[in-house]
Design a binder for this molecule. Structure first.
Ligand SMILES: C[S@@+](CC[C@H](N)C(=O)[O-])C[C@H]1O[C@@H](n2cnc3c(N)ncnc32)[C@H](O)[C@@H]1O
Ligand code: SF4
Length: 425
């Protein structure tokens, strides 16, 4: 009973739907300029709108990670960290031109990676200034950055807070030193907790810690210690993800060679239950299968926007966007991305207009994982029959079902992927 996640992955903003575009084309084929067809434009100013900014740089690559990110050695010529903020600004300007003249109001901004906090605070702040210059921005806009604990201190975080960032998401992963070592993380166990304190001291009300469970060698006690460390930190949000062994990663090769065991599905289920029980007893409540918050105000609104299948523009190499059923994704390599923008062309690699059926399916796949639930009317006739069966098997909540909603029970959350498959087949 795996917990493998459906797309988009790892709520924390990931380079969304990246898995669909993992192959770098050998020959750049000509793509027409990006235009929003009339059906995609419809509802543009009425639908929640977010901006995702991908920062594709990391100091070193963690053995389990297949995100679109590059170390200095991997980057090659033509892409340069110090010029990156300027390149992002160039795409933001194209975004405003393409979406205009009636621009949607930005309700969330999420800077993810890679490691956004490898850039100077002044660069992240310049990007945010440009967003404000180009777009109408909601007065209560949520502005998140992901951060690796070892890359930030109180001063850096204070500068981000001053620039208008409202939320920090820190990649802690584990409090056990030997687990961090298997994951190739560079921070010590205490560093993430310290960074959470630094973020609070810098004035951030919303702080998240990301955890990974099921790493080879992790014991029940290690996982309990990680959860305890999180609860001893001043955070209002926790994301906990099962370790996914991605093809082509160093971790996958080590497992294939027999150096490390594959994460065990039963252990993953136990860890999930342990996380939910521990977090619940400390006042956190799940609102998406892998995400817990201390209150509704502490939820990540940017991720909620993805899960509601709303509109967002993803800026940066490999970033994916979705506006009114039109989906597109950018060229993956930072050099190719920068070249396109420098030449005055759109950096998108390809685009597709989703059929109504595909959109409906995505809405179901995403909505079923939310505590707020999915209206049963969003399901097909067969899906509704299967939902009734899932209620009788204790996988969907009976009380919510009577109110016309599909909401996973505790048992259902453990089998979320199977329930989603069953209801969407
Ligand atoms: C891609 S990272 C970007 C932010 C930052 N660089 C970091 O590592 O925290 C976002 C989250 O995805 C998690 N992640 C990446 N690959 C994963 C995998 N194979 N299985 C589970 N979580 C993964 C990371 O550990 C991190 O918490
Ligand atoms: S630091 Fe984050 S983005 Fe970079 S390689 Fe590690 S998990 Fe991936």
């Amino acid at each position: 009973m795996g917990h493998s996640r459906i797309l988009p992955r790892r709520g924390a903003g990931a380079a969304h739907w990246e898995q669909m575009n993992t192959v770098l084309p050998l020959v750049e084929r000509a793509v027409p300029p990006l235009e929003l067809p009339a059906p995609a434009r419809e509802g543009l100013t009425r639908t929640p709108f977010g901006l995702y900014v991908h920062v594709p740089f990391c100091a070193t690559r963690c053995g389990y990670c297949d995100f679109n990110t590059y170390t200095s050695d991997e980057l090659g010529p033509g892409a340069n960290r110090s010029e990156y903020a300027g390149t992002v600004v160039a795409e933001l300007r194209r975004a405003a031109e393409t979406l205009g003249p009636d621009l949607p109001t930005v309700s969330t901004v999420f800077v993810g990676g890679g490691t956004p906090t490898l850039l100077p605070a002044a660069d992240l702040s310049a990007v945010l200034d440009e967003v404000r210059r180009l777009f109408p921005v909601a007065p209560d806009v949520e502005v998140t950055t992901e951060a690796n604990p070892e890359t930030v201190d109180r001063d850096y975080l204070a500068r981000l807070r001053e620039a208008g960032f409202t939320r920090v998401s820190l990649g802690m992963q584990s409090a056990a030193e030997h687990v961090l070592a298997v994951l190739d993380r560079r921070h010590t166990p205490g560093r993430a907790v310290q960074a959470a304190h630094d973020a609070r001291a810098a004035g951030f009300e919303h702080v998240n810690l990301d955890l990974i469970y099921g790493t080879p060698g992790e014991s029940d006690a290690d996982w309990a210690a990680s959860l305890d460390a999180v609860l001893a930190s001043p955070v209002d949000h926790v994301s906990a993800y099962a370790l996914i062994v991605e093809d082509g990663t160093r971790l996958a090769r080590r497992i294939a060679r027999g150096e490390l065991p594959m994460p065990d599905d039963d252990v993953l289920a136990d860890r999930y239950e342990q996380a939910d029980a521990t977090l619940r007893s400390a006042g956190f409540q799940w609102y998406e299968v892998s995400n817990w918050a201390t209150s509704d105000a502490a939820r990540c609104r940017h991720n909620e926007l993805y899960w509601a299948n709303a509109n967002w523009w993803g800026v940066g190499p490999g970033a994916h966007s979705h506006v009114g059923g039109l989906r597109w994704w950018n060229v993956k390599h930072p050099a190719a991305y920068a070249d396109r923008l420098a030449a005055g062309s759109s950096p998108h690699a390809d685009a597709e207009l989703l059929a109504d059926d595909d959109r409906a399916l995505e809405t179901v796949m995403l909505g079923l994982r939310l505590r707020d639930g999915l209206p049963l009317t969003a399901l097909s006739d067969l899906g509704r029959v299967r939902a009734a069966d899932a209620v009788s098997r204790g996988l969907l909540a009976e009380e919510a079902y009577r109110r016309g909603l599909a909401v996973l029970t505790d048992k259902g959350r453990l089998l979320a992927d199977a329930v989603v498959r069953d209801l969407t087949d």
